[in-house]
Structure formats: C-alpha cells, structure tokens
Ligand binder design. Structure first.
Ligand SMILES: Cc1cc2nc3c(=O)[nH]c(=O)nc-3n(C[C@H](O)[C@H](O)[C@H](O)COP(=O)(O)OP(=O)(O)OC[C@H]3O[C@@H](n4cnc5c(N)ncnc54)[C@H](O)[C@@H]3O)c2cc1C
Ligand code: SF4
Ligand code: SF4
Length: 928
C-alpha cells in the first residue's frame, strides 16, 4: 500500500488528463487563501459520484489521504493537504430551485453568487449572515459551517452514499450501516448523560461557534442518522463528501438601511450599541480607526472619519424593517440616537441593496487598504474569535495592543459586539524560523485570552489546520475524546483531511507557513485570496491569476536561493501561465489589492520574446502590408471553406494543430473571411463643413469580415452608412490602412514597437481631427481602451462606438426599436473605459428587451488569442448558451469578441452599429 499504488489504481478509473501528479501543476493548484504551505502530491479532477465513491474506497485501501477542494478561499488551511487534492469538474454545478424558491437543491461546485442569481427572480437569497467571496462554493460553505442545510446527499469514507431526501436511500443505509448508526447512538447516550459535557457543548452552540463538529446535534436529535447529517455541516471535509444539499432560502430584505458613524472612543460606540433597542440590527461592526490613514483615496471617506483619533473606531450599522414607513421611522429614531450619542459624525443612511453593498464595500476596502500597505514579504493571516459580550471590550483592546506590538504594518482589528465576534488580520514574515516562532507565540497569547474569557476559536473562518492544536487546548478532555471518537467512527483510517479540526495524532501538524517572497512590485501585495478567479478565463483550463502568481513567486524564489528548478517548470510556466492569459486585466477590477496579473504576464512575455524584437519592429513598420497579407489569408481560407466545406477545414486544421503540439491556429468554421479596408481620400471632403467627425476604422474591423454562414456586413461599411444617414461629414485618418494602436504587439511584450504604432496613430488622429476640434469615432472597444487616454492627453476626443452613438447619433436618427429579445455582451474594455452606462442607454433605445447573461465576464478572445488558443474562449463561454433562452441574436462592440460569442452561443452577435443601422432611418430635414 503506497501513494504510487493508489495512483496506479486511480489510473484504471480516471482518464489521464484528470490525474495530475507533476510537482509543477500540483504546486500551482494546491494553494488556497490561507497561510498553509502544504502542497499536494496529486490532484484528481472528479466528474461524478461514482468516481468519487471509488476514489474514496481506493484511498482507504491504500491509506492515502484526501482533501476536498471548493474554490480554495478558506483562511485556516483546511482546503490544503499534503497528499491528494480533489477538485470537482463543472459536472458538479447542478441545481434545482423548488417552485416558490423557498428551497434549493445544490451540487457542491455551484458558487454562492450563482445561487443568489438563481434565486433573485423569486425575490430570495441564501440564508447566510456571512459575506463569503463570490466564488465560494456550496460544498465549501457547508463544510465550513457558513451555510445551514435541510437535507444532504453524502459519501462516507467507505464510499457508501446516503441521501436524506430519499426514503429508499435512507432505508438501505439504515440496513447496511446499522453498526455505525448504533455506535453513533451509543455516543449520544454517553453525551446526554454527562451534564458537564452538555453544558460545554451548549455554550459553544450559543456562540454560534464554527469551532469543529456540531456536537449540539447529539443533544438536539435522537435519530443517529439525523445526527450524522447535522454533523457534516462544519466538518471541513473530515467526515465525508457533500454530494448535494437542500438549503432553505430567505426573502431578499426589501427595506434595509445602513449608516456609518465615527467615534473617538470605542467605549462610546459600545455604550451606544448596548442601549439600542427595538431595531432589527443585522450588523453592528466596528473597525479600528487605525485603518483610516491607509485608505485611499481619502476623499471617498466621510469627512468625520478623517478627523477621528487613533483610539476611535468607524461603526457600520445595518438594520431592516418590514415596511418602508417602518424603515423611515427607524431611520428617524436612529438619527436621534446618533445625534444624542458621543459620535463624532455619521453618514447619510444608505438604503436598498445597492446602498448596503456600497457600505459593505467601504468596510472591506478599509481592511484591504491596510493589508495592501503591509511590508513587502509578509503574509496576511485572518483570524476570527468570539467572546461573551461582557468581555468584548477588554478582549478587543488587548488584541489591538498585541497587534501593535507584534507587527504594526498591515495589522488591524474589527469586531461586532452583538455577536461577540472579534476579527483581525496580522501580517507576519515567515522568511525565517524565528519569524514563524514569534507568530506562534503571538497566537498563543490570543488563544489564552479567548480561553480565559470562555470564548471560542475559529468563529467565522473554521478551525482548519491553523487552529486545530489551539482548539484542542481549549476544549475539555472529555470533549476532545468525544471529537476523536466521532472522527474514528466515521473515518476510521483517517483518510479525510487529516490534521484539520483535529491534530493528526499519527503525524502531528508541523506548522508550515506560506512565506510571501518579494519578487516583483507588480504582484508582491498578492494575498492569494483567489477573488480574481471569478473573472479569470485561465481558471479551470490552465492557471488562474492566483496560480500564475503563486508559481511565478516560487520560480523566482528558487532562482534567488539557487535551489533546484527543473527546466520543465519554466517551459510549463510559459505555456500554462503566460500563454493562457488574455491580458485584459479584468482581474484587477476584482482584486482587493488592485493587482493586474495581465501586466505581470506582459512584462514576462517581453523577456521570453526578446529574441523576436526585430520581427516585431518589422511588423510595426510594415503593418499595412501585414494586414493585406492577413486579408489575403482569410480570403484563401474562405475559398477553401467554399471548396471543401467549413467543418471539414476545421477538422483538418484541428488534426494539424494536434500534430504540431498546438503550435498552429485552429481554422474554425466560424473564422470570418476578409473585410474590405476603407479607402478614403480626405482632400475631397470639406473639413470646414459643420458636423464633421473623424471615423477611425480599427485594423480589426478592416481585416475581419463575415464568416461564410453569416448574414452580416463588414463593419466599416455599416458605420459609414450610419454616419451618412445621420448626415455627418466624415473624414478618416490618413493613411486609412496600416494604422493600428499596436496593442497586439504590446501584449506580446514588444512594448516599444507597440508604442511606435500608437504614436503614429495618435499623430494621424491629431492631424485629421484638426488638433482635436472634431470628435473621433473608434469602432473596436479594445482599441479605444488603449488609445483613449493617450489621445485625450493630446487634446483629441476619442469615443468608443457606444459613447459615440449615445452622444452624436441617437438624436440624429429616427429609431425603430427591435421588438425581440436580444443578448448583450459588454466587453471588458467597455467596462474599463467606464462606458457601460452609454452602452446600456443605447440598448434601451434600440433593443429595450435586452438581456445580459451573467457570469460571462471575459469572452477569452482578446485580439488573436481566440484563433491561436481557442480553448480559452471555449472555457470562458461554456455556460453561455444556457443563458440565452428567448434571444434572437446578440450585440457587442468588438469584432473579435463577436466572433467568439457567435461561435459558442449558437446566435450571431452583431456590432452595436449593425443594430443601429437595422433599426434607424434618416430624419427628414424638418426634424433636424
Ligand atoms: C477575502 C475573503 C473573505 C472571506 N470572508 C468570509 C466571511 O465573511 N465569512 C466566512 O464564513 N468566510 C469567509 N471567508 C472564508 C471562505 O471564503 C469561506 O469559508 C468559504 O466557505 C470557503 O468556500 P470555498 O468554496 O472556497 O471552500 P474551500 O476553501 O475550497 O474548502 C473549504 C472546506 O470545505 C471542504 N470541502 C469543500 N468542498 C467539499 C465537499 N463537497 N464535501 C466536503 N467537504 C468539502 C474542504 O476540504 C475545506 O475543508 C473569506 C475568505 C476570503 C478569501
Ligand atoms: S491577485 Fe488579487 S485577487 Fe488574485 S489572489 Fe492575489 S490578491 Fe487575491
Ligand atoms: S488578465 Fe485576464 S486572463 Fe490574465 S490573469 Fe487577469 S483575468 Fe486572468
């Protein structure tokens, strides 16, 4: 029995691509948001219950331990393991909402955001007080005790399956597992007979502790099977696998308000909260005022916040009421209460879902600002404890004091007296053993404090590995032996996440902390939280932004420390981390540290591609010829498609691609033919004429035309027709061909060559716009993003298509809006341009019944990426067709994105200009 024999048995069960054993990918996929440095020896991607059950049986036979993985956002190390990590494929994304939305059945890989999106039409949401990250999965939430269940389908360590919602399954289980259930019943008898133990368990339960197994189940239920189901929630993957759960939902709060108040003394705030009566308080969190100086930009904070002294706090109070009148009356009473209190000032009352989320985001930005300013090379560790309310203030003050003494940069405390929760983040350096030791001592102090106060560890973030030893120190001997008895009953061979919740006796957990090396200022602040994975197209296919950073750090550290660095690590890094990035920087928009991993990728590509510099310059200098060649190739492709059939050409190119190790592009049946470039001679146009506008057709729209099966036109032709219809005097930058913003080169790391092209373009725009006098229309959002700011610096006003239509065209045309439902894709560039508002305004006028599929952030196409790396857009858009019910076609504003969207949705995606052209006519002179 060995790890190797386990792997060879698994090879009989799973296809090779779902068994990962090379240390490079295991390293990348193994990290989570915690400070645990454990890395798996194998990662298995499991597709079905059958496979899961078989793998669990094999693990038991071969004595190999398993760690289940959701989104890997756990903060206490419970999602990391040193043996086999189990990832779930998208086959575990199933869900079913009951008719009124009051209950929902969920498979474990569905994320909490997805569930809330499903429930929104019913006016309901998941019943959770916590705010986990959007990508946290149902499996992770239940296993970490954040989500209560009403029923479950479980796989136990011996591979047996039981479903509490299925009578037959329950009856079979009672028969086949009679002995296990009898032993659970025996444990129950021992517990209820022990008054002291009952009291200890009930005290934990009163504090809503997430510190280990829900022993309260033994007191609340008699049926051992019911006890088993209750124990799974909060068991952190140590008692069984959660295959499906039934979860109750709650009404979306309709009448809620939040207010931020500042206090110079925390006692003033705590006194106020103590005296608040008659409010349905949902949150009463205070954040230590020491966070305020780190917050940027300061002007986004209420003015009173900037005046608080360092001992004060900012309070975030949230309450709700049954009716709008009741809410208003609560707001009035609250205002009077605050005005009478010692608060330094308070904000307006934020109302409705968007107001509440604005308030939440301010609170998390405060914490993130502090973490972002930690010293380079330190690792943030988040902890959450609970103490009785009588001890809240002294415990909070003591922890704050220790934080200051232990590590002043990057540490912060917050808490909510109504739940007794105290949270903090501390940022130790783990660059030496002494650092680790001093952090351990700091934690021991805190644990002793919580213990003395009769509080509980791991209030919100679970026990994990980090708190396992300390938690056993706090629990009575009786409770500890009960916990162990339970574990050995359900997992006798200790194969499920050993070392989590309970210290692994056979192999005590050596605290192995994740150091954060200083390698590159672009990403040094990364905490590994994983929030970027919600938008990253690399996730699930190759490496996500978080994984790119993790392996990059490791490679650089090994180089620095002159440790072994196999050549294949660097080769694989290029393929799995660099080539799989579309560099749109969407990750930056969700990263709490503001990191744009795309920028790191571009800078590393510059190093890798250095030897091709001359070629890049050649392309930049002869771009018109290159574009002609590209158009010629597309024309040739169309001819081949006509001759042999588009599907056959695709199948053939797929074979070639496989033979060349993915080095050749895939000639998709949907690859467009050539477009017709714009030939315009401006000298014939009267520049002095009123209503002159500049139209800059991007090289993309001058190159990519329509695919064989498309019923569409080339974009420049459509745009020119619309501009004519709107009676605008149109001029084009000269030359009309060969001008390009240079982003394809820049994204490949040829910054100087790309910059040269951008400068040429800006110079041409400056000339033709009469030094900025005429507005410039750019028809491709990705290009607008690159050019807009630089153009503005030269006084040129460049508008992306949606902005241009919104500002100059809607009121110059007679609109006949589309009556059918259309799908919309707002490109990431449009979002980065902050032009979504124009885009939606235009849609509201042109196709009011539009829908925007959720969860499709990036289409994975990004310039040529979609042609040379089609797997990326396949991955990014795989959920798209399910979201498009009832739509007749789609609309976007970037030609390459439209190509990818059309391919993967089954609908044709047109440009905004094509939509406008079809649904508008010229105004008569009288109307102008
Ligand atoms: C920035 C940030 C903020 C956070 N804020 C909060 C917060 O406000 N409140 C809060 O409660 N948490 C918070 N967390 C912690 C974390 O997001 C939650 O604990 C979440 O529930 C973890 O979900 P996950 O999908 O990432 O699970 P993972 O971290 O992947 O796994 C969590 C545990 O569940 C087990 N597991 C996963 N799937 C299964 C399964 N199918 N069957 C059995 N066991 C399984 C794993 O083995 C592991 O022990 C935060 C984390 C971050 C990074
Ligand atoms: S890049 Fe940002 S979002 Fe991604 S893991 Fe790092 S800190 Fe988190
Ligand atoms: S730029 Fe896009 S693909 Fe690249 S790491 Fe960021 S989100 Fe992922």
């Amino acid at each position: 029995m060995s790890f190797e024999s386990f792997v060879s048995s698994v090879q009989q069960l799973l296809p090779a691509e779902r068994i990962i054993t090379d240390d490079f990918r295991c390293f990348a996929l193994g990290g989570d948001a915690s400070c645990s440095a454990l890395k798996p020896r194998a990662v298995l991607r499991i597709n079905s219950e059958f496979e899961m059950s078989a793998v669990m049986r094999l693990a038991r036979t071969h004595q190999v331990s398993l760690t289940f993985r959701g989104a890997g956002t756990s903060l206490s190390g419970q999602a990391t393991g040193g043996s086999v990590l189990i990832q779930l494929t998208s086959a575990w994304n199933g869900h079913k909402v009951e008719p009124l939305g009051e209950r929902v059945h969920l498979q474990p890989a569905v994320t909490c955001n997805e569930v809330n999106r499903l429930l929104a039409p019913y006016g309901r949401k998941l019943a959770m007080r916590v705010e986990p990250p959007a990508i946290a999965t149902v499996g992770g939430l239940v296993a970490n005790g954040a989500l209560e269940i009403q029923g479950a389908r479980l796989i136990l360590a011996d591979g047996s399956v039981v479903d509490s919602r299925d009578e037959q399954s329950v009856a079979d289980f009672r028969l086949s597992q009679a002995e296990l259930l009898a032993q659970l019943a025996e444990l129950r008898r021992e517990i209820v007979a022990d008054a002291e133990l009952v009291q200890e368990i009930q005290s934990d339960s009163a504090q809503q502790s997430r510190a280990g197994y829900r022993l309260q189940a033994f007191i609340a239920y008699e049926d051992p099977l019911e006890i088993l189901f209750q124990l799974i929630a909060g068991s952190e993957g140590t008692l069984g696998f959660i295959s499906e759960v039934a979860v109750a939902t709650v009404d979306l709060p309709r009448h809620q308000a939040a207010v931020i108040a500042g206090f110079n003394l925390k006692t003033d705030y705590l006194n106020l909260v103590g005296s608040l009566q008659g409010f349905d308080l949902q949150r009463a969190e205070m954040i230590d005022a020491s966070a305020i100086p780190a917050f940027k930009p300061q002007h986004e904070l209420p003015v009173f916040a900037q005046q608080l002294n360092a001992d004060g706090c900012l309070a975030f109070l949230e309450f709700r009421a049954d009716t709008a009148q009741a809410l208003q009356s609560d707001i009035d009473r609250f205002t009077a209460w605050l005005a009478d209190s010692d608060c330094v000032g308070f904000s307006e009352f934020y109302q409705g879902a968007s107001g509440i989320s604005q308030c939440h985001s301010l609170a998390s930005s405060l914490v993130n600002s502090v973490v972002a300013q930690r010293m380079a090379g330190t690792t943030p560790i988040y902890q959450s404890y609970a103490v009785p309310d009588t001890d809240f203030e002294p415990a909070f003050m003591q922890i704050k004091q220790w934080l200051t003494e232990f590590c002043c940069a990057g540490s912060l405390a917050w808490g909510d007296v109504t739940t007794g929760r105290i949270g903090f983040v501390v940022c130790p350096s783990f660059s030496s053993e002494a650092d680790s030791e001093s952090f351990v001592q700091f934690r021991q102090q805190v644990v002793a404090l919580v213990q003395a106060a009769g509080g509980c560890l791991a209030a919100d973030y679970g026990v994990g590995r980090l708190n396992a030893v300390a938690m056993q120190g706090i629990a009575s001997n009786k409770k500890n032996s009960l916990l162990r008895a339970l574990k050995s009953l359900l997992d006798p061979d200790c194969i499920l996440n050993p070392g989590v919740i309970l210290e692994d006796e056979g192999q005590p957990f050596q605290v192995s902390f994740k150091a954060t090396p200083v390698v590159n200022a672009k990403i040094d602040a990364c905490t590994g939280c994983g929030l970027c994975e919600s938008v990253c197209v690399g996730r699930g296919l190759e490496f996500s932004a978080r994984q790119k950073i993790a392996v990059y750090r490791e490679i650089e550290t090994r180089k620095e420390q002159k440790r072994e660095l196999p050549k294949y690590w660097e080769d694989q890094f290029k393929t799995l981390a660099l080539d799989s990035c579309v560099t749109t920087g969407l990750c930056q928009q969700v990263c709490p540290m503001g990191i744009n991993t795309g920028q790191l990728v571009v800078s590393l590509r510059a190093i890798h591609n250095y030897r091709y510099q001359r070629l890049a310059w050649g392309c930049a200098r002869h771009f018109a010829a290159l574009s002609s060649w590209a158009r010629g190739s597309l024309q040739l492709l169309t001819s081949l498609q006509r001759l042999f059939g588009a599907e056959r050409v695709e199948a053939f190119s797929r074979r070639i691609r496989r033979l060349t190790g993915d080095r050749t592009p895939l000639l998709l049946s949907t690859t467009p033919g050539r477009s017709r470039p714009v030939y315009a001679r401006n000298e014939l146009i009267n520049l002095g004429k009123e209503n002159t506008v500049v139209y800059w057709p991007s090289c993309i729209s001058q190159t990519f035309g329509k695919a064989l099966a498309d019923d569409r036109e080339n974009i420049p032709a459509v745009v020119q027709r619309v501009l004519k219809k709107a009676d605008l005097n149109v001029v084009h930058p000269q030359p009309t061909r060969g001008l390009c913003c240079g982003q394809t080169l820049a994204k490949k790391g040829f910054e100087a060559a790309g910059e040269h092209m951008l400068e040429e373009l800006i110079a041409a725009l400056w000339d033709i716009s009469s030094a900025g006098r005429y507005p410039v229309l750019a028809d491709t959002s990705a290009c607008s993003l690159r050019v807009k700011q630089r153009a503005l610096e030269r006084g040129i006003h460049l508008y992306d298509s949606s902005e241009f239509i919104d500002k100059f065209l809607l009121n110059r045309l007679k609109l006949n809006p589309e009556e059918q439902q259309v799908a919309v894709h707002v490109t990431c560039s449009t979002r980065k341009l902050q032009a979504e508002a124009s885009f939606y305004r235009v849609l509201n006028r042109l196709a009011p019944r539009w829908v925007e599929p959720e969860g499709i952030d990036c289409c994975g196409y990004s310039n040529e990426k979609g042609f040379v790396y089609p797997e990326l857009s396949e991955q990014a858009l795989k959920g798209l067709p399910a979201e498009l019910k009832g739509c007749v076609y789609g609309v976007s504003n970037s030609r390459t994105c439209e190509i990818g969207l059309s391919r993967h949705s089954g609908l044709t995606y047109y440009s905004l200009f094509e939509l406008l052209d079809r649904h508008s006519e010229a105004l008569s002179e009288a109307h102008r």
